[in-house]
Design a protein around this ligand. Structure first.
Ligand code: CMP
Length: 140
């Protein structure tokens, strides 16, 4: 497997509780390198556009409101098999199902307030990176 890039969000429940550094340490311990990073306040329109794929889900409005409730840290992570590795380090979407040692097991509060987002496939990783980062912000 070649070196990949994936997209990550450290979500409002985690930034609010000052867990950004602890979460980044988990990525780095797993061999993922932060190659781009910024702390931003999403607008409602941006949150709705980012999660447009979930528009028909019953939790969509709640999800978008939550994502604008505090700043988030958006990042590009790079490493061997980065997409799958990031998902492994994050753990299951619902922290009740997450494995020991994962970010969501240690830090997430609920399926909604689950501390991190990570891309699920190469196509979504490319789209999500491009949603938040311009070429000039990405070190080659
Ligand atoms: P994420 O990986 O960011 O992708 C979509 C998000 O929707 C997911 O993480 C959860 O935070 C959220 N989500 C999924 N299922 C539910 C649910 N049943 N209730 C509230 N939020 C949910």
């Amino acid at each position: 497997m070649a070196i990949q890039r994936t997209f990550s969000i450290i979500k409002p429940d985690a930034t609010k509780r000052n867990l950004t550094g602890k979460i980044i340490a988990k990525f780095e311990e797993a061999g993922l390198r932060v190659v781009a990073s910024k702390r931003i306040q999403l607008s409602l329109a941006q949150a709705q556009a980012f999660y447009a794929v979930h528009k028909e889900r019953p939790f969509y409005d709640e999800l978008c409101e939550y994502m604008i409730s505090e700043p988030v840290v958006v990042q590009v992570l790079e490493g061997e098999n980065a997409i799958a590795k990031n998902r492994e380090v994050m753990g299951a979407t619902n922290p009740a199902d997450a494995a020991e040692g994962t970010i969501r097991k240690e830090f997430a509060l609920s399926v909604g307030e689950n501390s991190v987002h990570g891309s699920d496939a190469p196509e979504t990783a490319a789209e999500e990176i491009a949603f938040f980062f311009s070429g000039i912000e990405l070190v080659g």
